[in-house]
Design a protein around this ligand. Structure first.
Ligand code: SAM
Length: 381
């Protein structure tokens, strides 16, 4: 590992924009387990882990989203700790920090699919599902036969969420991925794979089983890749809750994270269909919103002083805190957060990268992000 400042300067050369890292397809296929809005490019996560941590380090991402940073940490032999407030992010992060036993995976997949096919859905649940949606109702997205099965799958996920295990996390992630999209792998009429956009095309019944199994097969094939690079990966941890609740204390070598960008994605609603399918009730979309940092930070970035207190508690003396941020024409997150962090952290380095005009997942960058920013801080030794 380079010294901290040299590593930061090496990242400022944007190595992830050069081949092979610049390719959209770069990275372990597990990174594509499920579409997630606001997902970090795996190649950026790769360099963040590679340049700023050492094998065996405990690396925490308190806003882990789809688990990109924890997965890269694990692939490079670090101990990954993820956390997110959102249920979908928790399931995906869990799946990315653990490995499955293939026999258990096959047995659990059969159980899940049996339930989905044969359970009688609760009539109240089915009725409420038909009329729910933040961008068109669910009954506009699915053939009625699929909607019944999706309501069953949701019931199964809710019943098992509190006792999630690696196999269920992987199955649920794969199911949530195939829920909507624009190709035959998806259960919906034609929509967008990342954000459910109003659907088009025929109402066609699409069998869950072959689609789920095809997705799981692809993902499982990816397990061979890291192992062939040397040894078994150690399992990490995924927490579920707001960052203040993360139970780490002076145990973390590096916190590497991408909090919600100012004026950008609303993680409590943009992925509404997958959030609903993972267990959120229609009223949760309003009730849970105030806890999300993107909502709290609308009042100003001073709210991060609480975050810096937490990061100080998690880190070992001398530990590194690296933030990947977004700048709009009105808000410069990097310089504002540098100021807020100054009571607790030493400033090491920072830089901006223009992303104007860049496309994300085929949608123009939502919100007003003009630059991505990196802020490198250190807890005093
Ligand atoms: C920019 S995204 C992280 C994306 C992630 N790096 C990835 O590659 O998928 C920010 C995340 O912060 C989460 N979040 C928002 N408020 C939170 C809070 N109070 N505690 C924990 N997570 C929160 C959101 O749910 C979202 O997943």
């Amino acid at each position: 590992m380079k010294d901290y400042l040299s590593g930061a300067k090496a990242l400022a050369e944007l190595p992830y924009t050069k081949p092979p890292y610049s390719s959209r397809a770069w990275g372990n296929p597990l990174h594509s387990l499920c579409s997630y809005q606001g997902k970090l490019k795996p190649s950026i996560a790769h360099f963040l882990i590679n340049l700023f941590t050492s094998p065996g380090d405990r690396v925490l991402d308190p806003f882990s989203g789809s688990g990109t940073i924890p997965l890269e940490a694990r692939l490079q032999g670090r101990v990954a700790v993820g956390n997110d407030l959102q249920v979908l992010a928790y399931i995906l992060s869990y799946a990315k920090v653990t490995s499955v036993d293939l026999d258990v995976l096959h047995a659990r997949t059969d159980e899940f699919l049996d339930y989905v096919k044969s359970a009688d859905p609760d009539p109240g649940q089915l009725e409420s599902a038909s009329s729910f949606g933040l961008n068109g109702t669910l009954s506009e997205y699915f053939h009625p036969g699929n909607l019944v099965e999706i309501v069953n799958a949701r019931q199964y996920i809710i019943a098992n969420l509190k006792s999630l295990d690696p196999e269920l996390a992987l199955i649920f992630s794969a199911f949530l991925h195939i829920l909507h999209g624009n190709r035959p792998y998806a259960l919906s009429r034609t929509s967008h794979p990342v954000t459910p956009l109003k659907p088009k095309g025929e109402f066609e019944y699409r069998d869950i089983a072959p689609r789920l199994i095809a997705k799981l097969d692809k993902v499982v094939a990816a397990y061979g890749l890291p192992i062939s690079l040397g040894g078994k990966l150690s399992d990490g941890t995924a927490h579920w809750g707001s960052y203040e609740m993360i139970p780490e204390c002076s145990s973390i070598d590096a916190v590497i994270t991408s909090p919600p960008f100012a004026g950008s994605t609303r993680f409590y609603s943009s992925n509404w269909m997958r959030l609903w399918a993972a267990g959120w009730e229609p009223e949760d979309f309003r009730a849970k919103k105030p806890q999300f940092l993107e909502e709290r930070q609308r009042k100003g970035l001073q709210v991060y002083s609480d975050f810096f207190d937490s990061a100080y508690r998690w880190l070992k003396p001398g530990g590194r805190l690296i933030l990947h941020l977004g700048k709009t024409s009105k808000i410069d997150m990097r310089s504002e957060l540098q100021e807020v962090s100054a009571m607790k952290f030493e400033y090491v380095y920072g830089f901006d990268e223009s992303v104007e005009g860049a496309e994300k997942f085929g949608i123009r960058d939502q919100g007003a992000t003009k630059f991505h920013q990196f802020l490198f801080l250190r807890k005093a030794a």
